[in-house]
Design a binder for this molecule. Sequence first.
Ligand code: M6R
Length: 618
Amino acid sequence: MCGISAYIGHREAYPIVINGLKRLEYRGYDSSGIMMYDGNKMIISKTKGKVSDLELITDEDEVRKVGNIGMGHTRWATHGVPNDVNSHPHYSQSGNLAIVHNGIIENYDTIKKELIARGYSFKSDTDTEVLINLIEEVKKTEGCKLGKAVQLALTNVVGAYAITVFDKEKPDEIVVARLGSPIAIGVGVENKEFFVASDASPFLEYTQNVIYLEDEEMAIIKLGRTVKVRRIHDDALVDPIIQKLQMSLDQIEKGGYEHFMLKEINEQPKAITDTFRGRMLLEENMIKMSSIEDNLDKFLNANRIIIIACGTSWHAGLVGEYLIEDMARIPVEVEYASEFRYRNPIITDKDIVIAISQSGETADTLAAIKLAKSKGAFVYGICNVVGSSIARETHTGAYTHAGPEIGVASTKAFTTQITVLTLIALKLGQANGSLPDYTFKKYIQKMQLIPRQIEQLLQIDEHVKSIADVYKNATNCLYLGRGFNFPVALEGALKLKEISYIHAEGYPAAEMKHGPIALIDENMPIFVIATNKGHYEKVVSNIQEIKSRAGKIIAIVTEGDTQVREIADHVIEIPETEEALTPLLTTIPFQLLSYHIAVMLGKNVDQPRNLAKSVTVE
Ligand code: M6R
């Protein structure tokens, strides 16, 4: 949560910092602020609201835009409501130091009381203002430079942070540090300029050279010098690894679409093709995944697989459970990472944990991984963001290769996670003989068709839009599915909730009669997945039950279906495939439906209220 963007060098810092913040708004967008150093003084502008609101303030006074050093912040509030005062950057009491911070300082209250006793006063309710004053106090009492003061202060801090600190008495350097929240440092030619950000997107057009700080590391970034990295707690110097960025600018731009979410929905055929690349070898009748092959014994001898994730990734995990148990006959449990980490779970070294995360930064998932590792489990990661904390914390894993996902509502990340899980299930099923050769072959042949089938499905956008128009004013919706499509029902409901703020629930279709049926009346739209091979007759009976209570039925069916078409108010057809592969198709109309309803209601599709793309607080 929260995005940090900073610059020190020879260019005008303002446009770099502001554009960087715009690219990071997916991380939080309830308030924003910048500090510009004009060579003489620090000017801080901050406001409740988005970066575009911040620009309005700075436009009023051009002086606020001047200088070659600047840092900015886009916030997702933790301590203190979103308002101008609580927005970052924060000054120290003397006005000499400024900070932007992503994370939570858990012991801020104790530190604050100590600082108040020493004469400090505070303007905001934030933990961040406490931290910058602690740094100032350490600097004063120890008589040290900024870097040392940051280091000493952080050894007294409990919590998580990514920080950037500037001292106007040392205006040729900035100090950054991380624990639990990401920090990327872009290195310009001959160290003449540096960029700091929560991910590398803000400086893509300026440099391809990036250093990702590890947890408990800090860096002193000084113009004309190489970046000096050291570990915070034992002071050991670290040789920073400069990596080449793999991202391109067009991946993080809207490319003609009105919203990132729509772009990302439409990118799914390509994203899944990229997930297949080098893994799906049709002619050889095999799936190649070195992360599984190198650890095959562990997988085949595991007592069970535990999948941990949050939100949409948890829904993908549920599909994974159905796939792996069905195809590879290995027991699977799926847990919310946030529950798993605190419920004292039984984990042994015979368990394999699969952690799924688009961002690779979700705090609960990361903590659950650390717990599983400490109990001896082998941990496999499925992440989208290359080099993310989860990708680095897991023993091995597979990237989804979906490309940057910027819309807060997850779309292509979900389908590519399911794709990786399907590949794993097929691979394990083939390896342990649970899948006969002809079945394996049939699956990979059908799997290969999925990107083209999604392209075909995307053509029915206008039809889905017309259904969205009918139900856009609903206040409650039900989503029903069975088997492989039960998690898709959960995901469909989540998509609608998060971007249109319409209440929606997903249920296994057969559970409807154990409670939700009481909600059904003529005002209730019910979205039902009724694919032809998945308990079709049972789902048809559920649809009849809805019909007799006057509920409105919108059914997703397999092309050519006639039976459901006769009963339902609307049908959406998906192309024919194996039932186990249908989640990759049935999910598409739900994504489009949520998207269109949210647009029709005038909601902010890419940045829904209260949410953030990357949840780095627990
Ligand atoms: O980055 P992660 O996959 O770990 O994120 C997990 C959830 O926060 C995320 O899937 C969230 O539920 C999405 N906004 C849903 O669209």
